[in-house]
Write a protein that binds this ligand. Structure first.
Ligand SMILES: *Cc1c(COP(=O)(O)O)cnc(C)c1O
Length: 416
């Protein structure tokens, strides 16, 4: 089956989701993007390519990931039943690897021996370094120098996997600056290099391609839910940073009668404080990183600093398809604060024996809000996009808990 066979037929040939998406890049990249779109159109229908992708997902990633009934938590909340799609059980601990495998296989078909990536928290960098090692490719990861400091463990992981990590000293020294630098590398080395983008953003065909690779999540749910829960869910809930885990679980359900799609953005310290990352809820349309979408910007159109307790949601833009789904009413978007996400994080740990990623905890928090307002026979399906191992330091700091750590590794932890 082709990766993208679905009655909902967006984007158009130019990568537009209604008034969003498209291609806003330097002239030098147009040819490379056209070539990529043409090759992708060919390989997504190529049975050998699709079979290899599926084989890798099964044997390397460990798919299909299960759907799991969070029975104790549902009972405690006293309303709708919460089910979890367990992307946390994937190799490398999150959904990002699905997309990295797809793009790396494409890079091999296109004869590119070198892959590059941008990363914020380091999760996409680790997933890219992982697949580069798996396929014997050279790998360079661009990371803001501020993030290099904050995410030392992921930097070390990437190095163990054989990648070169390049700290970026421009701008706010975070994800958006790393993205600009990766684009610059790609312009220069486009003959030998494949740029693996980590979410459903960037110029066409990336938002479509990443969505298609991640749609394995929703396609599995379509099959698994009738068998495990007796029917399809009433509500599908996913956190939205760039939006790839959400697009992955939403896409096969778009337009599915009786299934409500809800994306959860990071409200950080509250919308009124300005310290948040809720691009769809509080942003307005503009152009960033090659596409038109909702952006957090000031009155002069300058991109503003964002904040979230979860680094993976800390991005001032969002994939253009979400912008379209929001405007068209095909999905709705809500927000969850840092404090609410942390509360859901602890509840999930203690009630279900699952330590979720802080990103995923935003989706869990919304499910925990919604469940008690609905009858017990309703089903909420939450995309548990990743596991929380990477978040131990953040949670310890934010919860006032003591986390044992050798004193030299972090001065703020010397209280142990
Ligand atoms: C990176 C990340 C996200 C956010 O990225 P999306 O593209 O919005 O999915 C969410 N959850 C986890 C676990 C992540 O690592």
């Amino acid at each position: 089956m082709p990766l993208a066979e679905h009655p909902y037929d967006l984007p158009d040939a130019r990568g537009h989701f209604g008034r969003y998406g498209g291609t806003f890049v330097a002239e030098t990249l147009i040819q490379a993007l056209d070539e990529l779109a043409a090759q992708y159109a060919r390989y997504q229908r190529d049975p050998d390519f699709v079979a290899e992708f599926e084989r890798e997902l099964k044997h390397y990633v460990g798919r299909p990931s299960p759907v799991y009934h969070a029975q104790r938590w549902s009972r405690r909340l006293g309303g709708a039943q919460i089910w979890l799609k367990r992307e946390d059980l994937n190799h490398t601990g999150a959904h990002k690897v699905n997309n990295c495998i797809g793009q790396a296989l494409l890079a091999r078909r296109l004869g590119k021996p070198r892959v590059i990536a941008e990363t914020g928290a380091g999760q996409h960098g680790v997933a890219t370094a992982t697949v580069a090692a798996r396929y014997g490719m050279e790998c360079v990861v661009y990371m803001g120098s501020e993030d290099v400091k904050r995410q030392a463990q992921n930097v070390f992981r990437m190095k163990l996997l054989g990648a070169t990590v390049v700290p970026v000293d421009a701008g706010s020294r975070t994800l958006k600056d790393a993205l600009n630098e990766a684009m610059r590398d790609w312009v220069t080395n486009v003959e030998t290099t494949f740029y693996i983008i980590g979410t459903v953003a960037g110029p066409h065909p990336y938002p479509m391609m990443v969505r298609d690779f991640q749609s394995v999540i929703g396609r599995e749910c379509l099959e698994q839910m009738p068998e495990a829960a007796g029917r399809q869910p009433d509500v599908v809930i996913a956190c939205v940073g760039g939006g790839s885990n959400a697009m992955g679980i939403f896409h096969p359900y778009i337009g599915h009668a009786g299934v409500d799609l809800v994306g959860v953005e990071a409200e950080g310290e509250g919308l009124a404080t300005g310290r948040h990352a809720a691009s769809l809820t509080a942003g307005r349309p503009g152009v960033l990183h090659g596409n038109r979408t909702y952006l957090l910007q000031d009155d002069d159109g300058q991109i503003v600093e964002t904040h979230s307790v979860s680094a993976g949601l800390d991005y001032p833009g969002v994939g253009p398809e979400h912008a379209y789904l929001k405007d068209s009413g095909l999905a709705r978007y809500v927000t969850i604060t840092d404090a609410q996400a942390l509360e859901a994080f602890h509840d999930c740990c203690r009630t279900e024996g699952i330590i979720p990623a802080l990103e995923s905890s935003h989706a869990l928090a919304y499910a925990a809000q919604l469940a008690p307002t609905l009858p017990q026979d309703r089903i909420l399906l939450v995309n548990l996009s990743g596991r929380g191992d990477k978040d131990m330091n953040t949670v310890a700091e934010r919860s006032g808990l003591r986390f044992y750590c050798r004193p030299e590794c972090d001065p703020s932890m010397r209280t142990v």
